[in-house]
Design a protein around this ligand. Structure first.
Ligand SMILES: Cc1cc2nc3c(=O)[nH]c(=O)nc-3n(C[C@H](O)[C@H](O)[C@H](O)COP(=O)(O)OP(=O)(O)OC[C@H]3O[C@@H](n4cnc5c(N)ncnc54)[C@H](O)[C@@H]3O)c2cc1C
Length: 396
């Protein structure tokens, strides 16, 4: 087969998923990852039904069954008082309404499953210690440059190199990712370490002034995943994933519900993670080069859709390259298909963050009062608001 070689910058969830989707449709793929080994950070991730449909298409669900957790429900509660605003039933309901399950999983388990499926593809190559510094368009495709001076050619090049993408910076100018004013705490703790103080065994968003937290279950339900998002004026540290102390985390969440305090106190490793973003891009394509996942559309995590959007991108990109003989036209069709949806999700994620962080009691009442009433009258009012996102099948 000729002219079907893709070079993929970045071996995160988006890079691996796109490599897998392309390899499955007959492409030779090479993933170039800067890190010395392929791995994901120690944190949980939620995969909504629209993402599960993509994982099913990619054939990775059998590798995940042992490690996923299907929560009974997702709740919105007040962080200090624990008062419930609404409960969204999920188990059983998600499958019936949106066509697949809603699950929680450790990122490393999802990443490993994608890598395992990719390694089973005879025409796929995964290279670590391969930092890309830029690309050049050339006849029939484009080449990326590696730090060590090597040049790697692809008929298409996919920039799946995350929110600080070098491919995007070259394509769109040096308008770098910006600090969003929010920092995420994260830790994973065994349920057994929490005694009677474990957070509920379903997903809970804990809302409060200028911050919110999310507790989920990962590793088949045996571990609690905690993410706490806090507004902060600036971020001056060198890395994006910085070890933090229990005392610092308790300064943010210590006066919230005892189960949250218990998670932080039992933590054997707390990290802070600055959240970066950027406004929607004017274009994602430069001839045979395109962007995917956070490189194309970074978003705040308050809709839990960043990785899910990358999975959708991966499936649509492979489909467009299958449908269009002209690769440049295929990449443009991919961008046209994806941009309206990812832009809407980016905007909605920023809106959700503001909604979870209402600054005072009056604003909280004005926001959560009608939600509580709607949820009390019928969960389907809240469910309906998720239809456009969870009910979507990007591969159909
Ligand atoms: C606190 C938090 C919670 C979240 N929760 C959820 C959730 O519940 N559900 C969900 O769907 N999403 C969630 N997200 C979003 C999700 O994590 C991201 O959207 C997703 O990881 C993006 O994947 P990606 O592959 O596009 O980018 P990344 O995961 O950033 O991967 C990029 C890869 O490219 C590599 N790379 C970078 N530069 C280079 C280079 N120059 N050369 C070679 N390699 C390079 C990096 O090392 C990395 O491996 C959350 C995010 C945060 C911060």
């Amino acid at each position: 087969m000729t002219n079907r070689r893709a070079v993929i910058a970045g071996g995160g969830i988006g890079g691996l998923a796109s490599a897998l989707a392309l390899a499955q449709s007959g492409w030779e793929v090479e993933v170039l990852e800067q890190a010395p080994e392929l791995r994901e950070v120690g944190a949980g991730i939620q995969v909504s039904p629209n993402g599960m449909k993509m994982l099913e298409r990619l054939g990775v669900l059998p590798h995940l069954e042992h490690s996923l957790f299907e929560p009974e429900a997702i709740e919105l509660r007040m962080g200090r008082t624990g008062r419930r605003v609404f409960r969204l039933p999920m188990k059983g309901y998600a499958q019936d309404r949106w066509g697949h399950r809603f699950i929680q999983i450790h990122r490393a388990d999802l990443h490993d499953a994608l890598a395992q499926a990719l390694r089973a593809q005879p025409r796929a190559q995964l290279r670590t210690n391969a930092k890309i510094t830029g690309y050049v368009r050339e006849r029939g495709g484009a080449s990326v440059y590696l730090e060590r001076g090597e040049r790697v050619f692809g008929d298409v090049v996919i920039g799946a190199d995350g929110v600080r993408s070098v491919i995007r910076n070259q394509m769109c100018g040096t308008d770098r990712a910006r600090f969003t004013g929010q920092v995420a705490w994260r830790t994973v703790v065994p349920v057994d370490a929490l005694g009677d103080n474990a957070p509920p065994p379903y997903g809970v968003i804990w809302a409060g002034r200028g911050k919110h937290a999310v507790t989920t279950r990962v590793k088949g339900g045996s571990h609690v995943n905690f993410v706490g998002i806090v507004e902060q004026d600036s971020w001056t540290e060198e890395g994006w994933s910085i070890p933090g102390s229990i005392e610092e985390a308790l300064a943010d969440f210590g006066d919230w519900q005892p189960c949250l305090r218990a998670v932080l106190e039992a933590s054997q490793g707390l990290f802070r993670w600055a959240l970066y973003g950027r406004p929607p891009l004017a274009t994602w394509c430069d001839g045979p080069v395109t962007l995917l996942g956070d490189a194309a559309h970074p978003m705040l995590p308050s809709m839990a859709q960043g990785a899910v959007m990358a999975l959708e991108d991966a499936v649509v990109l492979a489909q467009m390259l299958e449908r269009h003989a002209d690769k440049v036209a295929a990449l443009q069709a991919y961008e046209a298909a994806r941009k309206p949806r990812t832009t809407r999700v980016q905007q909605r994620s920023a809106m959700n963050a503001r909604m979870f962080h209402r600054p005072n009691a009056a604003a909280q009442l004005a926001t959560y009062g009608p939600m509580a009433l709607a949820g009390h009258l019928s969960a389907s009012v809240i469910h309906r608001q998720q239809d456009w996102i969870y009910g979507f099948d990007a591969g159909s």
